[in-house]
Design a protein around this ligand. Structure first.
Ligand code: 6R9
Length: 634
């Protein structure tokens, strides 16, 4: 990894320049530092109009040889994964690179023994335990395509995903611990399996000792299967453009999109971005709190860190169990140096008394990261002051399931940070701001829609089974460009601030208002924890704004407070951005990755609650009824 690292701002500028002037030479040099089964003939072939992107054609590479085999000689005894259980009294597990290698090879043979071959799809529905990492790497070892479904999704969500890509096998666990609760995963799977004819085998890891319903001929236990498997497993020969995995992400129509990532570009892209954004040193301990069911977990808990030879922490539990100090207790216990989380987690922890932070020694921390949504100013400062103690650069990393890896972000300690800005594009990333008529905005100090002009290695190649949809969603908004769906602002020095999804822009009396900007202003109020702003139809203005606001426990809603919030918005964003309606709520409907489901809030605000669409992927579906009931009084 050392040979991938940029070490100064001047070096960043040089690398960036080269990546734009001669992208093929730039990426070839980086790709050369990896272990290839066969070198490539053609670095890049692309046409966003088709759309088609192919990196390293003719090359052959297995990502597990890069995550495991190549480290054995020097790093065999280094800890690859530290696993921290839900229950702080249960023991942590430390798995070295050599141990992980053996476990992956052995489980890869389990897959083979059960008829899984290169190209077969395997659904993985597991809690955050090392076996999840082992299962995914074992798939990659033999060229099976994993499709990981977050272990909080419902039976119907699993079934839909399994059927979309016709998975042959399902790997799961009997039960999962989540805080003080236990959830029976196998029961949820059994229900899904009633509607999934393509599944031939189910392998069940026993996380608890509870009896488990097993179907003869179809289901078997992880442990029993291991007894029958050898630990020698050659890595499958993989073409650079062979499929590595499918990961479903929500689409605006409700039908999830199976984003397809391929081996070569993804390996190079995730490792390069990991090394440069986080800047780990030899003995550092890196912890990303995401779930592996999301792209952040794929790229920055498993593949990127392991390919870079890092020590990566996997946490099974939740930030509030046994109390709100759990994250900080783990940082203290494991001497975590790099901590990467989401703004939603930061805000919810910032809401708790500071004693939960102060009880723990956080002096091991060197770098903090943020991902998943725009980080508001207040949360940024809380994170910086109380967790980083003003000493840790915050890398606000903008990217997407579709981009595979980080696109816009500071490089820790190397390039400048600025609160609420993802700052500068990584080498190889060519952003463009576009106006609504499809023209590129070249100026600084400008707002626009964020597109990318040139391919990068880890871009998703298609939507599984629906290339047409891939073209429509990402490549039809702007000629020969990838459209991100996000809006962005570029400041006077070229730093980017992501202003939120463009579908979150509301036009009030002809003014384009980014809801994230208004939320940021509302959140500045000392009584406010979090807010969500949406538009609703208005006779005169076209649209007006509706703000859902969560207050601190000890703050009472009042007309005075409503006025203060409106004035605050008027003063920071402008009078035009004043919400017409403010509703105080106890929670906001959120997806499992912490994104507010604005579609639902928009419907409630518009009093159009007949059909709220699919709410099964919400973390807290019960909040919807509560908000709806109270909205009538607003
Ligand atoms: C990695 C991930 C992608 C969407 C993306 C954007 C939002 C992610 C962000 C951010 C502002 C950041 N997003 N990181 N917005 N600042 N640092 O989250 O992937 O789940 O596919 O979501 O998340 O709106 O378009 P995914």
């Amino acid at each position: 990894m050392e040979n991938l690292k940029i070490r100064s701002f001047a070096e960043y500028k040089k690398a960036y320049k080269k990546s734009v002037q001669d992208p093929e030479a730039f990426w070839s040099e980086i790709a050369n530092t990896f272990t290839w089964q066969k070198k490539w003939d053609k670095t890049l072939e692309w046409d966003f109009r088709k759309p088609e992107v192919k990196w390293f054609q003719g090359g052959q590479i297995n990502i597990t040889e890069n995550c495991l085999d190549r480290h054995l000689k020097k790093l065999g005894n280094k800890t690859a994964i530290i696993w921290e259980p839900n229950d702080p009294d249960e023991e942590s597990r430390y798995i070295t690179y050599r141990q992980l290698f053996v476990k992956v090879c052995r489980f890869a043979n389990v897959l083979r023994n059960n008829g899984i071959k290169k190209g077969d799809k395997v659904c993985i529905y597991m809690p955050m335990i090392p076996e999840l990492a082992i299962a995914m790497l074992a798939c990659a070892r033999i060229g099976a395509v994993h499709s990981i479904v977050f272990a909080g999704f419902s039976s119907s969500a699993i079934a839909r995903r399994i059927n979309d890509s016709e998975c042959k096998m399902l790997i799961t666990a009997n039960e999962v611990y989540r805080g003080s609760k236990k959830v029976n995963l196998k029961e949820i799977c059994d229900k899904a399996l009633e509607e999934t004819p393509s599944i031939e085998k189910v392998i069940v890891y026993r996380r608890t000792v509870e009896p488990t319903n097993m179907v003869e001929g179809r289901d078997s236990f992880w442990f029993d299967e291991l007894q029958k498997a050898s630990q020698d497993c050659e890595a499958e020969i993989m073409d650079a453009e062979d499929m590595l995995f499918i990961l479903y992400t929500s689409g605006s129509t409700g039908k999830p999109k199976g984003m397809v990532h391929t081996v070569g570009g993804y390996t190079v892209g995730t490792t390069y971005t990991f090394a440069n954004v986080f800047q780990l040193e030899k003995d550092d301990v890196y912890w990303c709190t995401a779930d592996i069911g999301w792209i952040t977990g794929h790229s920055y808990i498993i593949y990127g860190p392991l390919a870079a030879g890092a020590t990566t922490v996997m946490f099974e539990g939740i930030p509030s169990y046994p109390d709100y100090g759990r994250f900080w207790e783990i940082v203290d216990k494991l001497n975590v140096t790099h901590f990467y989380t989401a703004p939603t987690a930061i805000r919810s922890l910032a809401k708790q008394p500071l004693k939960f932070v102060e009880q723990h020694d956080l002096s091991s921390l060197k770098v903090l990261g943020s991902v998943g949504e725009p980080i508001n100013e207040e949360a940024w400062h809380w994170y910086n002051d109380n967790i980083g103690k003003g000493n840790c650069p915050i890398v606000d990393t903008w990217w997407q399931t579709e981009t595979g890896g980080i696109m816009i972000s500071p490089l820790a300690g190397i390039t400048p940070t600025r609160p609420t800005f993802a700052t500068l594009p990584l080498p190889g990333v060519q952003p463009a701001l576009m106006d609504e008529t499809g023209n590129e905005i070249k100026e600084l100090n400008a707002d626009g829609r964020l597109a990318i002009k040139f391919p990068w290695p880890s871009i998703a190649r298609t939507i599984y089974g629906d290339h047409q949809r891939y073209k429509e969603v990402y490549f039809s908004a702007f000629e020969n460009m990838y459209f991100t769906g996000d809006g962005a602002y570029r400041d006077a020095t070229g730093n980017y601030r992501i202003t939120g999804r463009v579908d979150d822009i509301v036009i009030v009396s002809g003014h384009n208002l980014g809801t994230a900007t208004i939320e940021n202003a509302i959140d500045e109020h000392e009584g406010v924890v979090e807010s969500a702003v949406v538009g609703f139809p208005h006779d005169v203005k076209g649209n007006a704004l509706y703000a859902y606001v969560i207050l601190y426990n000890d703050v009472e809603p009042s007309d005075k407070l409503i006025k203060e919030i409106k004035d605050l918005v008027a003063n920071t964003v402008g009078p035009i951005a004043k919400p017409d309606k403010i509703q105080f709520v106890n929670g906001l409907p959120k997806t499992r990755s912490g994104k507010i489901m604005r579609r639902i809030l928009r419907k409630i605000a518009s009093n159009d609650t007949g059909n709220l669409g699919d709410t099964s992927t919400l973390l807290n579906p019960e909040i919807v009824d509560e908000i709806m009931a109270e909205a009538k009084n607003i």
